[in-house]
Design a protein around this ligand. Structure first.
Ligand SMILES: Cc1ncc(COP(=O)(O)O)c(C=O)c1O
Length: 431
């Protein structure tokens, strides 16, 4: 048996499906997952010593690439002094102050260990603050594996939800209302019916977990308006978009001030950090000042705080966001030009430093029903050819690609050429 198959078999004997997070399992692809041993800059090296340009970036956190030397030096310093105290320290204070200073509408922030934890607590806080029980979410937005968020729209009335995972009770699913993205009409209908029970709307303002579904700015502004009119909070889940689309995230880009924001991924610079933030009035509802309970043994872990702070400082100092956005948009333009010139019915959708390649559509794709139906088959053919060329993207059809600042101009050209080459191969086989 070849090496990855051996490692995967061993893994499967000790953890369900051989992975610690399902999307890593190469499900639907005809091969065992790759096992990696090291990363540096834009590159990852697998256990067979093959090098890949990484367009997964650990699903988003690694906007500086792997093991950025400045962040690494800062962590090494901390390792000499502070691992965990379970007591107040000033490392998290520095990070909190830096973020509050950077994003004008944030007055208070709390650090947790993952995006899921951030969302879970933001939802509880919204419920505690408003005294209401229901949350409105959108089909196709992912908010981590919080019970009440593992639902999809049900059949019947707009808003009804069914559990999308076993283990979620009907009672839990019934407290979530699910609307279609980009549909003012559905949101209005749901608020007319259940507005007085809705504690919050939660949305990925740049949905990037089911393909890439950039929303109209007017839609996000409409969500702000309707939530305010109905006494519900607006939560922007910026676990992916935060510190990636701009320092102030999609809130800044769309000119919308949400009541609460959730962060994860980049905020920890590759270490496990999540956070949620908002104004003082809402945030002070949290324990120990308020009645909404939340806690964490390893919350605000010094190593993670220092990695996060130095990552954010570098992003700002080196104009990382602009540079990374430019690299990604150059890549997308190269691909779209080739698709046009070669008459290939494909498109590379790009927003900031994220991209998603799929079949061409007449209109921009803004909701999951508009995604091309054959996308999965296209991806299945494309994926192994990309690996052969030394390009690693997330091993699942509906995941987006993530650019990092470590991708050089030369790599942008190399990536463009190689993508075009393998896409032509896939499309020619189909003809
Ligand atoms: C928008 C969004 N929210 C929440 C989460 C959950 O974050 P975590 O995986 O850190 O729990 C994710 C993870 O991909 C996400 O993309």
């Amino acid at each position: 048996m070849e090496l990855f198959e051996q490692l995967f078999e061993r893994s499967k004997s000790v953890t369900p499906g051989g992975v610690h997070s399902p999307v890593r399992a190469f499900k639907g692809l005809d091969q065992a997952p790759l096992f990696f041993k090291s990363g540096q800059g834009a590159l990852m090296i697998d256990q067979k010593d093959k090098t890949y340009i990484d367009l997964c970036s650990s699903f988003g956190p690694l906007i500086l690439g792997h093991r950025d030397s400045e962040v690494q030096a800062s962590i090494q310093g901390i390792l000499e002094n502070a691992w965990s105290f379970g007591a107040p320290e000033a490392y998290s204070l520095d990070l909190a102050e830096w973020i509050i200073n950077e994003i004008p509408w944030i007055e208070k922030i709390r650090f947790v260990n993952s995006g899921t934890e951030a969302v879970m607590t933001a939802l509880r806080l919204a419920k505690g603050y408003t005294g209401r029980n229901k949350i409105l979410k959108f089909d196709g937005c992912y908010h981590g594996h919080v019970d009440s968020m593992l639902v999809a729209s049900g059949s019947g009335l707009a808003g009804t939800a069914t559990a999308s995972s076993a283990g979620i009770s009907e009672a839990v699913a019934s407290e979530t209302l699910v609307a279609k993205l980009d549909s003012e009409k559905e949101v209005i209908e749901i608020f007319e019916r259940e507005g007085s029970d809705i504690a919050a709307i939660i949305v990925e303002p740049l949905p990037a977990n089911y393909g890439l579904l950039p929303q109209r700015k007017e839609f996000l502004q409409f969500l702000r308006k309707i939530s305010k009119e109905n006494g519900a909070l607006l939560i922007f889940d910026e676990v992916i978009s935060g510190f990636r689309v701009s320092m102030g995230g999609m809130a800044e880009v769309s000119d919308v001030v949400p009541d609460l924001v959730t962060y994860g991924k980049i905020i920890g610079g590759g270490f496990p950090v999540g956070a949620f933030a908002g104004n003082t009035e809402i945030m002070e509802m949290l324990a120990p000042t308020g009645p909404v309970y939340q806690a964490g043994t390893l919350s605000a872990n010094p190593i993670c705080m220092v990695a996060g702070l130095n990552t954010l400082k570098k992003i700002k100092r080196d104009n990382v966001i602009e540079k990374t956005n430019l690299a990604c948009s150059t890549f997308a333009k190269n691909l779209n030009k080739a698709f046009f010139d070669l008459e290939l019915p494909l498109q590379c959708i790009q927003a900031a430093s994220l991209f998603f390649i799929t079949e061409k559509t007449e209109k921009p794709i803004r909701d999951i029903d508009s995604l091309p139906k054959n996308h999965g088959e296209f991806f299945k053919k494309l994926y192994p050819l990309l690996l052969e060329e030394g390009i690693y993207i997330a091993p699942a059809a509906y995941e987006v690609g993530f650019f990092s600042a470590a991708i050089t101009n030369d790599m942008v050209q190399e990536l463009s050429d190689k993508f075009i080459k393998v896409i032509c191969k896939v499309m020619n086989e189909e003809r």
